[in-house]
Design a protein. Structure first.
Length: 367
């Protein structure tokens, strides 16, 4: 313990708020035993805590508020006398112990979490993509303006701007009415196309897929239009989750799909052929012609878009359409589809009559 002259010199060097506080509530470590408490200590032993009145039984607020406690702790820490203050929740030791026990309790700052953000921040990516598409279509818009003229612009072009630029539900899911109508039960095909669209247009994978497709298109020479198997287009258009969900909702319902097909035919009859330009291809293959990966237990085949395993499926996919003998598989990187023909054949595994029981093994074979 420091000598009394040193304590006096230390007390004189402290700021006035600390001098006044230690004069009213002197630290127990610096007070000699047997010293009478001050009147402030008799009324409130700890000025940093709530106090229950012995007569009325009511709780009273601390003498120093939380803000004033923090100010005193800051001054005492700067002058090296923080340990002389009474115990408080604003103390450095208490704050560190609370941080160790509970951590940084801010929502969204933990591992694997993210801050929700405001609505304009969550929609910023989609808006920037829409703005980019608008800038790319600006030369086409200028040519249309010059060809139509100012007087006829509102009537012929600006009256239905969305009908000329918005993709159809079939285009969003990489389907065509012919493919959907050719199925006995198109619900499974539409659900598969919906899942594939969610995977292809996921924000984390869309940029990488677009870059890969562009690089493959740049490295591959152009194929003439007379080729019987032209490669699919290398342009990658990103759709939002709302567009994919709306397309799936409309096409999954037979009644809504019928009404939508009628509206598409009506729009094409009125001269809007923007939806008719989208096309997709279908290939036919037997199950035995496909390669099988024993480690992943998946059948796969390369696609014309350049993906070595563009078409990939498991045995569970075959079991879902076992009664039809036909599985529609979509490419993971483009809009092409593959028709896989197969049949379920049950072979007798053991033809020995001395066997205790007959064992049958089911296998997948082509027609």
């Amino acid at each position: 313990m420091a000598s009394p002259p040193n304590i006096v010199q230390l007390a004189k060097s402290l700021p006035e708020p600390l001098q006044r506080f230690f004069a009213r509530w002197p630290p127990a470590a610096l007070v000699t035993p047997g010293t009478a408490p001050t009147p402030f200590q008799e009324q409130r032993p700890n000025p940093f805590r709530f106090y229950k009145h012995p007569v009325t039984g009511r709780w009273q607020d601390p003498v120093y508020s939380q803000r004033r406690q923090a100010q005193l702790v800051k001054l005492a820490r700067e002058h090296g006398v923080e340990e002389l203050l009474p115990e408080t929740t604003k103390g450095t030791e208490y704050q560190l112990a609370h941080r160790v026990e509970h951590g940084l309790r801010v929502k969204g700052t933990g591992v694997g979490q993210k801050v929700k953000g405001r609505i304009h921040e969550r929609h910023m990516i989609a808006k920037m993509e829409q703005r980019r598409k608008a800038m790319l279509e600006m030369p086409k818009l200028i040519r249309a303006w010059k060809s139509i003229g100012k007087r006829n612009w509102t009537k012929s072009y600006n009256s239905q701007p969305m009908a000329l630029s918005s993709p159809s539900h079939y285009q969003i899911l990489s389907l065509t009415p012919t493919i959907v109508n050719s199925q006995n039960d198109p619900s499974a095909l539409i659900k598969q196309a919906y899942r594939r669209a969610l995977l292809r247009h996921h924000p984390d994978k869309a940029a990488a897929a677009a870059a890969t497709t562009a690089a493959a298109a740049a490295a591959t020479p152009l194929v003439s239009s007379s080729s019987p198997h032209p490669r699919p287009s290398s342009t990658f258009q990103l759709y939002t989750i709302d567009q994919i969900t709306q397309a799936f909702t409309v096409l999954a319902s037979p009644r809504q799909r019928s009404n939508y097909d009628a509206s598409l035919r009506l729009s094409r009859a009125n001269g809007d052929d923007s939806q008719a330009r989208f096309q997709t291809g279908i290939e036919n293959a037997d199950l035995d012609d496909l390669q099988f990966d024993k480690e992943e237990e998946r059948w796969y085949r390369s696609c014309r878009c350049g993906n070595d395993r563009g078409y990939s499926f498991q045995e569970t996919d075959l079991e879902e359409v076992e009664h039809e003998g036909l599985l529609m598989v979509g490419c993971q990187d483009c809009s092409l589809w593959l028709k896989v023909h197969f049949a379920v054949v049950e072979d007798v595994a053991d033809e020995n009559p001395s066997s205790a029981s007959d064992q049958k093994e089911s296998g997948w074979h082509d027609h």
